[in-house]
Design a protein around this ligand. Structure first.
Ligand SMILES: O=P(O)(O)OC[C@H]1O[C@](O)(CO)[C@@H](O)[C@@H]1O
Length: 225
């Protein structure tokens, strides 16, 4: 199982890495927009230095036709390194590019996946991750959990090299349902990760433990024994 941070914010990535078990960072043009008009490749380099080589960095192309998608992918790989995952939307042109790039051993994260069929095609074309758009699917009445279940069983039977990267989350339930239905990876915005631990009941449990301890041992800690 893996967890990725869905942000290009350097502070969030720094803090996120300290606290959470993070396996990589994903972004897309909308996530980049939230950072303003940044020097794109320089910013991506900074993300890479923060996450190190052992975590994955997923960078999305902006071109629409296969020829230019491939050219952008090559530029990303040249500047950011050959281990960068190239995010490509699963359109006809995207699929064409995925097939060509995957045959050159490029790591592909197929994105903008709303249907099982898109996922199957991306898997067959050689993608390493399938970014399934959970919340956006629910918004248009697509059963996102079902798509994840179907893709997960197909991947289990047919591929050793491709996994589901569930994405587009607006609440914790969508994340846990994705994992429970077979997504081996979720990419989550930092603020949403925080909501999982910022709960009054967790704070109260920790507070109750302290109060009970203090009643017996005062302000002594385990280091005082
Ligand atoms: O619906 P949203 O919040 O725009 O999210 C789209 C998702 O697509 C991705 O680009 C897929 O990796 C994520 O970075 C993001 O979670």
């Amino acid at each position: 199982m893996e967890l990725m941070l869905d942000t290009a914010n350097l502070e969030e990535i720094k803090k996120g890495l300290e606290i959470y078990p993070i396996n990589g960072v994903t972004s897309n043009p909308s996530i980049i927009k939230a950072e303003g008009k940044i020097d794109f490749f320089n910013h991506m380099h900074q993300i890479r230095s923060l996450i190190g080589e052992e975590r994955s960095l997923h960078v999305q192309v902006v071109a629409h036709d296969a020829e230019h998608i491939i050219a952008e992918a090559e530029r990303i790989l040249k500047i950011l390194g050959s281990n960068t995952f190239i995010k490509i939307p699963v359109t006809e042109e995207g699929l064409k590019a995925i097939k060509i790039l995957a045959s050159r051993q490029v790591n592909i994260t197929a994105t903008a996946i709303y249907t099982t069929m898109q996922g199957i095609l991306a898997m067959l074309a050689g993608a390493r991750y399938l970014a399934v758009y959970y919340n956006r699917m629910l918004n248009i009445d697509i059963d996102a959990a079902k798509v994840i279940r179907e893709l997960s069983s197909l991947l289990w039977a047919n591929s050793t090299n491709c996994q589901i990267l569930a994405a587009s989350f607006k609440n914790l339930s969508e994340i846990t349902t994705s994992y429970a239905n077979g997504a081996s990876c979720c990419t989550v915005p930092y603020a949403l990760l925080q909501t999982g631990l910022h709960m009054p009941s967790i704070t109260k449990a920790v507070h109750d433990f302290s109060e009970n301890w203090e009643k017996i041992y005062g302000n002594r800690t385990l280091l005082d024994f």
